[in-house]
Design a protein around this ligand. Structure first.
Ligand code: NZQ
Ligand code: ZN
Length: 388
């Protein structure tokens, strides 16, 4: 294992009725002046907005609202939130939504106390100096943002999408009630599944180190996702399926299964460049990039892919080489994405060759990417070409 320090301070409330029982108590620990951050209206349509504001009102909390956070949240929206925090002396940010809303909340939290342009933190030109407290209510199982410190913001003017992470941006508390994901539409459920599975892949293809338990934990999460995704897609109000996917997505990116390993993360870097320019859903982009990355890097260590074949896809290894099993595993990854209706090619989003060079250059803006296999710009370009 690599040496590591682990500290995840987020208080997690999982399951039914936790919001009713504990939201007021958690919010008022931080004050009575709240910025409520949410997206394009799903929480108004499914009743969550009324529930949350009713609880805030009952607790004597005054709140201001930042509505309309975009999927792939934008810097301009973050700036509006920062202005609201400063104008109204906000004491807690409460983000209610999917990963985009939560990530926007994290950026606002850092920006509100930062003396400078918050984008400089994402560009790695400046370090965050603190953050307002952030609480979250998650409505979509995908990113793990509810229990990690990361957040990804898009600067639409410069067509850049960049992540940042700091110890200040762990949510103080997160409420995860699977019922709040019943209304997630089919396509977003698919993207969420692709994203949580991709987080597992990023850990699975880590820089080589001795980490047998981590590998088995990751395999368990992957198997569970593969088993429960079709159930949630079949019946969107299947509580057990939604709950299981929600827990898988939290576990896939809260640090619990990846202590002591350094994940690859090249596919995420590449996907972020695609959504930076074309504003496509993150999970959809990953479903396209990952199998093509796998084809490109498989010979780096076929045994890792062979293990994916035997341990996750339960392919009989009898008489088959690692290379052969590796190919079978990649075929199964593709087949799974196809079976749930995930996109297969950039062309599915109407994306052609026009910006591949630019995306490849931007993906390596901070240096080569990938720890299972280091990728330079030309490697990224080759992978993107395979995605066409
Ligand atoms: O905006 P509303 O109206 O709420 O609708 C959203 C949005 O249109 C809808 N939705 C969410 N919950 C719903 C619902 N619709 C009906 N019922 C519900 N319960 O779903 C759409 C997509 O939401 P979004 O928040 O964009 O999805 P997701 O959770 O997949 O977040 C994606 C963003 O997170 C970033 C991605 O890059 C992308 O910007 N990521 C964040 C990470 C992190 N913080 O750790 C890691 C990830 O790898 C990822 O990069
Ligand atoms: Zn992701």
């Amino acid at each position: 294992m690599q040496p590591f320090r682990f500290h995840n301070p987020t208080v997690l409330y999982y399951g039914r009725d936790q919001i009713e029982q504990h939201l007021a108590e958690e919010v008022t620990k931080y004050g009575t002046r709240v910025l409520l951050v949410y997206g394009g209206g799903s929480i108004k349509r499914n009743g969550l907005y009324d529930k949350v504001t009713g609880i805030l009102r009952g607790a004597g909390v005054t709140w201001w609202e930042l509505a309309g956070v975009e999927p792939n949240p934008r810097l301009t929206t973050v700036q509006k939130g920062i202005d609201l925090c400063r104008a109204h002396d906000i004491q807690l940010i409460l983000a209610v939504g999917g990963g985009s809303v939560l990530d926007c909340g994290k950026a606002i939290a850092m920006g509100a106390v930062f003396d400078g342009n918050v984008w400089d933190i994402y560009l790695k030109k400046a370090k965050p100096t603190g953050a307002l407290p952030l609480g979250t209510i998650l409505t979509l199982a995908a990113t793990g943002s509810e229990m990690n410190a990361g957040g990804v913001i898009t600067n639409w003017e410069t067509k850049e999408k960049i992540g940042a992470s700091s110890p200040y941006t762990f949510p103080k508390f997160s409420f995860c009630d699977p019922v709040n994901t019943f209304t997630v539409p089919r396509d977003q459920t698919v993207y969420g599944v692709c994203d949580m599975l991709a987080h597992c892949f990023e850990h699975y293809f880590h820089a080589k180190t001795h980490a047998p338990l981590q590998v088995r934990l990751i395999e368990s999460v992957m198997q569970t996702i593969l088993e429960y995704a079709p159930k949630a897609l079949e019946r969107p109000d299947d509580y057990d399926a939604r709950e299981t996917l929600m827990y898988c997505s939290t576990m896939a990116l809260n640090g619990m299964i990846s202590m002591g390993i350094q994940g690859d993360w090249a596919c995420h870097a590449i996907e972020h460049e695609i959504s930076a320019i074309y504003d496509i859903p993150h999970g959809g982009g990953l479903a396209i990039v990952f199998p093509n990355w796998m084809d490109y890097v498989v010979d780096t260590d076929p045994s890792r892919f062979a293990r994916l074949a035997t341990e996750v896809f339960r392919i009989d290894p009898q008489g088959r080489s690692d290379r052969d099993l590796a190919q079978a595993a990649i075929a199964r990854v593709r087949a799974f994405f196809r079976s749930i209706g995930a996109p297969q090619r950039l062309a599915d989003y109407g994306i052609g060759e026009e910006n591949l060079e630019r995306m490849a250059a931007q993906a390596v803006r901070f240096g080569p990417i990938g720890r299972f296999r280091r990728l330079e710009k030309d490697d990224v370009l080759a992978i993107l070409r395979r995605c066409l």
